[in-house]
Design a protein around this ligand. Sequence first.
Ligand code: HEC
Length: 117
Amino acid sequence: MQQEILLKILLSGLTAASMLAICAASANAALDDAKAQDIMKKGGCTACHSVDKKGVGPAYKDVAAKHKGESDAAAKLEKMVRSGSKGAYGQIPMPPNPAAKISDAELHELAEWVLTK
Ligand code: HEC
């Protein structure tokens, strides 16, 4: 009986430890969808963009498809988002997005995330 309890404690400890390990690993990995959405909401991007549907701006999956295979794609996107863009997808321009809306670090992570869509 006591052995059984001990075993249970041991097992639950192991589970907690492995969950911590998984969390620590994903914190270092690329942006997950939820975090990306947070950044986009804060930066006001969601008003014009979504992953799957064209809105005022292109769907992120169309952006990813357009830049597929370009080695400097993330850097290009970052520059476009920061300074604004016109004519790449249509006649509607994207206004510049200053650092007050989205920091360099956030923009970099987000650009890489968009390219995975
Ligand atoms: C007012 C609407 C609007 C807002 C707000 C907006 N965008 Fe855009 N975005 C556009 C439009 C329109 C285009 C297409 C511009 C073009 O045709 O050159 C675009 C293009 C893009 C592209 C593709 C650039 C490329 O080179 O292929 C990315 C990536 C992007 N936006 C990300 C963002 C992010 C991230 C934010 C928030 C910080 C944001 N956008 C905010 C309208 C918007």
